[in-house]
Design a protein around this ligand. Structure first.
Ligand code: G6P
Length: 460
């Protein structure tokens, strides 16, 4: 089996003595899938991904980009080509498209710079195909992931027709009106590639949008090969093990000492406009205005990982996030109470400590393919915490009966939901949290992987 992702399951760090160590890759799917695959003993697992950092490239050059249980192949790309593929097309164009983030009167602008970037995108997708074609055994299953690699299915089908290829999208997929924003030939190339293999999504919403977009671009004569829905799962064993680790136990103690008997509203996200972090702070601001009884009795901890900082949109959004938090603190803070605490450390054990301790978990994404935090949090939580979840996150479909819905644009409604969550009677909280834990752990990563392999079909 070959797993193909843009970001690999580990990032490598070079120590001053020249040795390399591997850390869990950022991003929910690779973080969960990596450890699960290495547990599979009977089959050879290859993983093709991009060397994302200078240290990754150095690890490849030194022959040290290695992981136990997985044959890892990191592609070292020419820096300019890499930047255009990752920043301009994958993040500033396709991520924005699928999450509905374009400010359409101003962006996007498709000009000669976009065309250079599109050429680079094609080049990187070809480089992936060459590497897979060179290393795949006859009849192998190739599981290709996400918008960074949307041309791989079509190119690989031509180069290696013997392979059983599946494409899985971890983001939402834009609808037919949005896909028309792309230049006609670009939309056409993406669609022609994807319809050639089975395509998977986390919810039926994104699957239907994909089908409608394919019809809008290609007409009724080119139906997708097969479209399937398989929501990704949290690895309950792994997050519970992390909760019991020394690092997390220490972090829980630190958090407890800091919070005392105050309630905790938690969020844990990459700093990404799609996560809707600013409106979350505005809702908290409104809560403190409308409900003075919560002042000094609740702390909003935002564990945020800086992300894609080479893009001006992400730099600007980070500033807005910091300003919104500062505004709430200036307005309501007291000498011994900081209402909003930003924690920008990228530290998984610490995030799990937050999961264990929250009273309210806020996930108010504008749009989100699944949102793994909404599943991992309830599995780990020890206080019958309430999850406030956006219906625009794919996980909502599975968890809806035991969460409070938060409309991503309705700040008033969010403030009311936070109040309802904080004031919920303890017996109701217990009942809902128990049900939520069942729903969040109903599926396993192995079930998800099995669905993808089934979609690949039998060996031909
Ligand atoms: C989402 C995408 C992944 C991506 C991850 C982190 O989960 O579905 O493909 O790897 O975000 O984004 P990044 O740009 O840092 O890889």
């Amino acid at each position: 089996m070959i797993i193909v992702t843009n970001r690999g399951p580990a990032r490598f760090t070079r120590a001053p003595d020249g040795s390399f160590s591997a850390q869990r890759g950022a991003g929910g799917i690779v973080g969960v899938l990596g450890p699960n695959l290495s547990a599979e003993k009977d089959e050879r697992i290859q993983w093709v991904a991009t060397a994302m950092t200078d240290d990754d490239c150095a690890a490849v050059a030194a022959g040290k980009a290695e992981l136990p249980g997985v044959d890892l192949e990191l592609l070292v790309l020419e820096p300019r080509v890499h930047r255009l593929h990752y920043d301009v097309i994958s993040n500033a164009t396709l991520w924005f498209l699928h999450h509905g983030l374009f400010d359409l009167p101003r962006r996007p602008r498709f000009d000669h710079r976009f065309r250079d970037a599109w050429d680079a995108y094609v080049t990187v997708n070809r480089a992936f195909v060459e590497r897979i074609a060179d290393s795949a055994s006859p009849g192998d299953v190739a599981l290709v992931h996400d918008y960074q690699l949307s041309l791989v299915p079509g190119l690989l089908t031509k180069t290696r027709p013997d392979l059983r290829i599946v494409h899985f999208t971890h983001t939402p997929f834009c609808g037919p009106n949005s896909i028309r924003v792309l230049p006609d030939d670009v939309a056409h190339d993406i669609a022609r590639s994807m319809v050639q293999v089975p395509c998977g999504f986390h919810t039926s919403r994104w699957a239907s949008a994909f089908e409608a977009s394919m019809t809008a671009v290609l007409g009724h004569d080119h139906r997708p090969t097969r479209v399937f829905v398989s929501p990704f799962a949290a690895d309950a064993g792994d997050v519970l093990e992390t909760r019991d680790s020394t690092a997390t136990r220490d972090a829980i103690v630190e958090l407890e000492n800091h919070l005392g008997d105050r309630k905790l509203i938690l969020r844990s996200d990459r700093i990404d406009p799609s996560k809707n972090i600013v409106r979350g702070f505005l809702a908290f601001d409104l809560l403190l205005r409308e409900h003075p009884e919560w002042r000094e009795r609740v702390v909003f901890v935002a564990m945020l990982n800086p992300s894609r900082e080479s893009l001006p949109e992400y730099q600007a959004y980070r500033q807005e996030v910091e300003q919104a938090a500062a505004m709430v603190n200036e307005r309501w803070g007291r000498a011994d109470w900081t209402p909003v605490e930003l924690d920008l450390r990228d530290d998984f054990p610490r995030a799990v400590a937050g999961y264990a301790r929250y009273d309210v978990l806020l996930v108010n994404s504008l749009k989100d393919g699944l949102n793994l935090v909404a599943k991992e949090g309830p599995i780990v939580n020890q206080r019958h915490g309430v999850v406030c979840l956006s219906p625009e996150a794919g996980a909502f479909d599975e968890l809806r009966e035991a969460v409070l819905a938060v409309h991503p644009y309705d700040v008033d409604q969010n403030a009311r939901a936070l109040h309802d969550a904080l004031s919920m009677p303890s017996d109701v909280r217990r009942e809902r949290a128990t049900r939520l834990r069942e729903l969040a752990s109903a599926r396993t990563p192995a079930m998800w992987l099995g669905d993808l392999v089934d979609a690949a079909g039998p060996r031909r």
